[in-house]
Design a protein around this ligand. Structure first.
Ligand code: CP
Ligand code: NVA
Length: 305
């Protein structure tokens, strides 16, 4: 079964093939050749959301329709996800109705459980631990602007969260350097860094945002309080990790700025950076649509990898 749950499950060749498929479908969009991309004709894809979403919700909905399929929105609340029946039974029942399941649910293990019992592909639309669709779109965005990510320096400043974890997984596969700056209290778990080391990934950790950003080709941050987080002391700890003009100036002159959005302007990033010439944030949002078409194509056997 072709589940898309975790970037570390994939080889670099597979990730490259999925990205290429997304890029090719993007290039054909709204041309007569797009008629050949209706890979989901006659298929229904359930989109289950336990948490709010703009990009994931709309980009999957539009992407599924453009590939000829029918999206079906189901909220976690209406099915009392994980409460009314077991995740395994939910997976078994859904598999009798629909052709694939895209799910956003904080409990990563529950999503893995869903995939274990589903007899149709399951796609991770964000868990507390990972956000693999986002990082596929981010790599696509980076490469559109700056060429191959291999050999480049990517800097992350801020919290350790789901998006960063998927970036570490990507660094283990796509041969770029990842310089991470987080406060010591919010540093990545040792097991994630050990995994990266074992892959031979060039992942570096510091608590100084200036050091991570120095010479970077891309600077990335994300919100300080992710879905399911307690506020606690996060604002105090993370304030020095804000991306402003002064920090961005330390990166390469033509570096780009990325953020998965939604952004809390004035917290992790200033308006000047978000709206400045180096910002690629809205391309990133658009590329969710294209990268996910590559992922859907892979799930349905339309990508040979
Ligand atoms: N970046 C992202 O996943 O956005 P949404 O939460 O709006 O889907
Ligand atoms: N890290 C953020 C990403 C939102 C798309 C969160 O989990 O809330």
């Amino acid at each position: 079964m072709r589940h898309f749950l975790d970037l570390s499950d994939f080889s670099s060749d597979q990730l490259r093939a999925i990205l290429r498929a997304g890029e090719e479908i993007k290039a054909r969009r709204r041309t007569p050749e797009a008629a050949g991309d209706r890979l989901l004709e006659g298929k229904v894809i359930a989109m289950i959301f336990e948490q709010p979403s703009l990009r994931t919700r709309v980009s999957f909905d539009v992407g599924i329709r453009e590939l000829g399929g029918s999206p079906m929105m189901v909220t976690g609340q209406e099915i009392e996800l994980g409460e009314r029946e077991t995740i395994a039974d939910t997976a078994r029942v859904l598999s009798r109705y629909v052709d694939a399941i895209m799910i956003r649910m904080l409990d990563h293990d529950a999503v893995v459980e869903m995939a274990k019992y589903a007899t149709v592909p399951v796609i991770n639309g964000l868990t507390k631990r990972q956000h693999p669709c986002q990082v596929m779109a981010d790599v696509m965005t980076f490469e559109e602007r700056k060429g191959s990510i291999a050999g480049k320096r990517i800097a992350w400043t801020g919290d350790t969260n789901n998006v960063l974890t998927s970036w570490v997984h990507a660094a283990g596969r796509l041969d770029f350097e990842l310089a991470i700056a987080t406060p010591d209290e919010l540093a990545p778990p040792p097991a994630l860094l050990d995994w990266a080391r074992k892959q031979g990934a060039r992942v570096k950790l510091t608590n100084r945002p200036e050091a991570a950003v120095e010479g970077a080709d891309c600077v990335i941050t994300d919100c300080w309080v992710s879905m399911g987080d307690e506020e606690g002391t996060r604002h105090n700890l993370l304030r020095p990790y804000q991306v402003d003009d002064r920090l961005l100036e330390r990166a390469e002159k033509d570096a780009i700025f990325m953020h998965c959005l939604p952004a809390s302007r004035g917290e992790e990033v200033t308006d000047a950076v978000m709206d400045g010439p180096q910002s690629a944030v809205f391309d990133e949002a658009e590329n969710r649509l294209h990268a996910q078409k590559g992922i859907l194509a892979w799930c349905f056997g339309g990508v040979a990898a």
